[in-house]
Write a protein that binds this ligand. Sequence first.
Ligand SMILES: *[C@@H]1O[C@H](CO)[C@@H](O)[C@H](O)[C@H]1NC(C)=O
Ligand SMILES: *[C@@H]1O[C@H](CO)[C@@H](O)[C@H](O)[C@H]1NC(C)=O
Ligand SMILES: *[C@@H]1O[C@H](CO)[C@@H](O)[C@H](O)[C@H]1NC(C)=O
Ligand SMILES: *[C@@H]1O[C@H](CO)[C@@H](O)[C@H](O)[C@H]1NC(C)=O
Length: 761
Amino acid sequence: MVFSVYWSWLAALSCLLIMGGEVWCDCTEHRVEIEGGDYVLTRQLNSGSTLIYRCPDGFYPYPALTRVCQLNGSWKPAPKTFVRQRCRLVECPDPTVMEHGTVSPPQQKYFVDNETTYECYSGYRLRGSSRRVCLPNGKWSGATPICSHDAGDNCADPGIPPGTSRIGNMFGIDDTVRYICNGNLYLAGSSERKCQENGQWTGQEPACYYGHTYDTPLEVSEAFSSSIRERLTTTETDDTQEGRKIRISKNGTLNIYIAMDISESIHTNEVGQAKEAVIKLISKISSFTVTPNYEIVFFSSEIHEIVSILNFFNGKIRLSDVKRDIQTFDIGEKNTAGTDLSLVFRHFWEKISAIKERVSEEKFKEHRHVIIVFTDGGYNMGGSPLPNVERIKNTVYMNQANTIEPNPRADYLDIYIFAVGAEIYESDLRPLTVGTQGQHYFKLQIKDLNQTFDEMIDEEDVKGLCGLHRPYETPDKYSQRRMYPWMAFIFIQSQGRTLSCTGSLVSPQFVLTAAHCLPFGVTQKNVKVEIDDGQGRVKTVKNFMVHPQFNINLKKEAGVKEFYDYDVALIQLDEDIQISSIARPICIPGTKETSDALQLVGDSTCQQQEERLLKDHLEKLSFLTKKGSQIYEKDVHAKLGKNRDECISHALEAEGITTTNPKDAVTDNFLCTGGRTPFRDHIACTGDSGGAVFKNYEHRTIQVAAVSWGTKVLCKSGDVVESDDSSRDFHINLFRVQDFLKSILGKDDQNEYVPLTFLNC
Ligand SMILES: *[C@@H]1O[C@H](CO)[C@@H](O)[C@H](O)[C@H]1NC(C)=O
Ligand SMILES: *[C@@H]1O[C@H](CO)[C@@H](O)[C@H](O)[C@H]1NC(C)=O
Ligand SMILES: *[C@@H]1O[C@H](CO)[C@@H](O)[C@H](O)[C@H]1NC(C)=O
Ligand SMILES: *[C@@H]1O[C@H](CO)[C@@H](O)[C@H](O)[C@H]1NC(C)=O
């Protein structure tokens, strides 16, 4: 990146004399290099280009974060002669401001990885963390330590967070305290807090940060999801009379408006990441139980509308179209100079007004609006966006905000700002947020957006969502459980041997497996289920139910030595599994939840579900196998339609089958996989029996079948082996055993477990 002086000579020669007599030059890379880091340029050395410095974790660029190339070929800010540009160690705000206690060690400055401990003077009690570490993003770990003694005040001492000064030492009803930041730190949270009658302070605890401080993906996802979750989930309330949970879905329509800044200060490579993040955000939202309408724009000095929300009101527009449109959007030759945030809010205001016009005032009352803006740090054109934010508020609040206290319409509008640039103009952006629930302003590095939205949904609170999983590995011991949180292993003691099978958690108390895994004579005491939910791996069994029509000997006389039709069983556990990101049921056909997962709206049917899941003549499906502690995914293709007959014909080659009609052994209740054409499928091995044959849809997993039997034994337990020409596997299609599933999992005249809601199929 470092060029010689010679280069700057060349650059000087490349100045252009343009109309009007102005001299237009390229900038040079002379004297802009950074010690300990590197930089990227948004438009090479052309005027208008932004130079963005980058430093390793725990460091930040100093003195400049960015430089802009001006028309005359000089940088703004210009490199300083006596202060070299370098990567500096991240600093945390001064913690020694704490009252009534000691901070050790006392230091002038605190750097990343420095550890501090806190003790209170006698008579004072410590709340918050007694030990804190300065984190690589410039924040202290844990919570603000506060030394207080009970003085009979109405509110507890609100403390003095690092880097702040507090004005006000009275904590009675209606007393206020104010906070300012020391030095050149900026304030996040509330600058003023008032003690309320209920003993709580208004607002949020303030914090003072350096300009180089970012929120971590985990912080953002926790804060954003706890704030937005309200808007996205159907609520679950306890119906105490029944002793069971019932679901009440929120009525009304949710409109989500997303704007993404593509102005040139966001480096081109990073726009790709931001696009990916928006797509991820949308898929995450879609895995909640709502189906919002979307307006999506990319913006700079102008608006590029990707998806118009009005199309959602016109009729059908599919989520996959939305994603494709985002994916294919190309910045190309578009004018990317400048950031006009005001225009964005004006655009959204116009859309909101258009919706109001279209749906009538009465219906509009039920519309909630969530605006999410990703911006690179500030606005440098179009003036302040605040007037347009006010317009939006007036429209959504329906002019009630000023007349009634508290604002009865406050819940209907949220504006979230994600500041993702190299240089953020905090004071311009923060006032644009709107909303009562939780944090609405986030500052993070654009590379972290991806992870942010991944974390967002791995929440204990979305318990109800079947099939939710993380689609890739993470470097910790629960990585595979997060990918396949529904996976179960079954161990059966039978005639002195231990058989092992696979199963799937289909509700907190039930595991689905193959009937042949539970042979005659086995009792529930002989069966153990292994699901590592973090609360002990092995689960005991209360009961199990085999499909009443399963009868392995039924066709012995008719040339089918072992007949596997209806090869399904449900195992009831003694206790519910603790649902979390590592243990969660898979979605099964025929339930309302699966319709939600498939984003079928209105009164959906089993047939619609089947059309989504098993629509092609060759449907790609997967099942799992375990070798040691490692889980492997096997890929297969269900041969449907005209491909089915050939597939099942191989059943006749199986040992013990003497009939000449393959349909005697493979009824319509089976899916058939295996073979080498047109794809070489994997084959099931010993131990895979009973496992889920599944398909992923967005971030949800849906089980379509259960592994039953195969024509050949080509492998032993845990092997991942490809099929040969004639080997085929057969799996019970769960759409064909609905009555059985519903009779147990949907049973609602009992109090042992929460039933699933089945559709009328
Ligand atoms: C280049 O232009 C900026 C303002 O546009 C001015 O402040 C600066 O002094 C100029 N630099 C040179 C070397 O002429
Ligand atoms: C704090 O961090 C700085 C920079 O890494 C280091 O030089 C110093 O020794 C640390 N102080 C303590 C008490 O660990
Ligand atoms: C929506 O729910 C509220 C109560 O939560 C109710 O007053 C209102 O009538 C409902 N609206 C519709 C259209 O069902
Ligand atoms: C984002 O996460 C996905 C996995 O969900 C990964 O495939 C992709 O490479 C990541 N993108 C970036 C830019 O890190």
